[in-house]
Design a protein around this ligand. Sequence first.
Ligand code: G3P
Length: 217
Amino acid sequence: MKFFVDTADVAAIKELNDLGMVDGVTTNPSIILKSGRDILEVTREICGIVSGPVSAEVVALDAATMISEGRKLAEIAPNITVKVPLTWDGLQACKVLSGEGKMVNVTLCFSVNQAILAAKAGATFISPFIGRLDDINLDGVELISDIRQVYDNYGFDTQILAASIRTVNHVTQCALVGADVMTAPPSVIKAMVNHPLTDSGIAQFMKDWAKTGQKIL
Ligand code: G3P
């Protein structure tokens, strides 16, 4: 399972990247707002750190302008993935941009049918938002599992990028049902290390070690 980090926080990206935890980065307009930075400038900086796909999202709603925005974003670096929304115009933009050899991430996916359309339009990645489905009492992980089954049934090579990941349990569940990629905020990725038995185990070892009176260094 590839790990993308869902942030434009350059320090957080660097920290995780140094540990080998970052296969790519995803951003969206809300993440750019949170960063307080210029989209072109911060995206360029991220592409200088991470060699894997870096998603940058268009903001136009019509296909022609989405395509122009996508071409401009793609000029930032060869690893830019143009992110387009799952609308009819977004699918048109996906078809054109992927036809030009650009990576395209189709975002805001909430159904299997939407995921089929994105695959047929040549998407490199499909981004189902699982947390937002859970928010309305639907099952986000079930959607990942259903898309996995349908893509495998027909040999679609679009990668399933589980997004809107809010908890460490989401990560486990997405891995179990075969998401190709998950994108999560740095806090969720870092929380994956935690286990109370690890903490209590260390505490016990420290106590016993102190009683030996020994030193390693
Ligand atoms: O990857 C999509 C993500 O940024 C949306 O997450 O938590 O706002 O639903 P959330």
